[in-house]
Design a protein. Structure first.
Length: 254
């Protein structure tokens, strides 16, 4: 399995880019749907998988939801047992945060689930494409510390590092306007780290800064870091990202 992560603040277009890519061959990232169905077919047989595919939407969504809850618990437990250093270092960083420990742990569980599910079902030439993974966890940990410091070296040495980290470079004003257009300003939802200290634009600037700072650490730990301007048309950014990814893997195999 090949593995890439996007890093960018709210409004930078992580989910839109990830969704566009995973609709293409070789890219995978439909964690609640297609990837879970593949695991079900492998674990319970292809006939059960086909039955699930033709089931009513309500049953299908309910089954996938329960399956994903089960997988999240199992994958987290397996990670704790197989890599005690990972949990010690990562959980240590979460404890250094001043607030939102529950959210940070929940987001970490989601990253573990996505990575381990990819390891279970994807072939060597398929690309796991994650819009919010371990590097985005590092951004949130940085923000939730009073002094806004990035996690330690031990954190990055123990997480599963992606082959490629794609940093989405979008002006803070545009990120904020995109959130306002969809009536969901995510950057101000975690009010504890903002409190009365920052305006919406100031909070967005800080978020953008730490996304860039964390993404630039990627190459120190063996990942390729790619910067993509996602302020124009989505199709333009998708073409750029796809070309950069394939060129990176082509050069590394050559």
């Amino acid at each position: 399995m090949k593995f890439i992560e996007f890093v960018g603040p709210p409004g930078s277009g992580k989910s839109a880019l990830q969704s566009a890519l995973v609709s293409e061959d070789r890219f995978s990232g439909d964690f609640k749907g297609e990837m879970t169905n593949r695991l079900v077919s492998e674990e319970y047989g292809k006939y059960f998988g086909r039955l699930l595919e033709i089931s009513p939407d309500y049953f299908k969504k309910r089954f996938q939801h329960l399956m994903n809850l089960h997988l999240t618990q199992d994958y987290t437990y397996d990670m704790m047992c197989s890599n005690s250093l990972f949990m010690k270092k990562v959980m240590g960083e979460i404890q250094f945060a001043s607030y939102n420990h529950g959210k940070l742990f929940h987001d970490l569980e989601r990253s573990i689930h996505r990575y381990c599910l990819g390891m279970d079902v994807l072939n060597d030439d398929e690309i796991l494409c994650v819009d919010e993974g371990f590097y985005f966890n590092a951004v949130l940990i940085s923000l939730y510390k009073d002094m806004h410091s990035v996690p330690s070296t031990d954190f990055f040495k123990t997480i599963p590092n992606p082959d490629i980290v794609i940093h989405l470079d979008v002006p803070p004003e545009l990120c904020l306007s995109r959130q306002e257009r969809r009536n969901r300003v995510v950057v101000t939802q975690d009010k504890e780290w903002i409190k009365d200290r920052y305006s919406k634009l100031e909070a967005q600037n800080i978020f953008n800064h730490y996304c860039e700072k964390v993404a630039r650490l990627a190459e120190d730990y063996g990942s390729k870091m790619i910067v993509v301007d996602n302020s124009a048309e989505l199709n333009t950014a998708v073409d750029e990202v796809r070309n950069e990814i394939f060129n990176t893997y082509k050069n590394s195999s050559g």
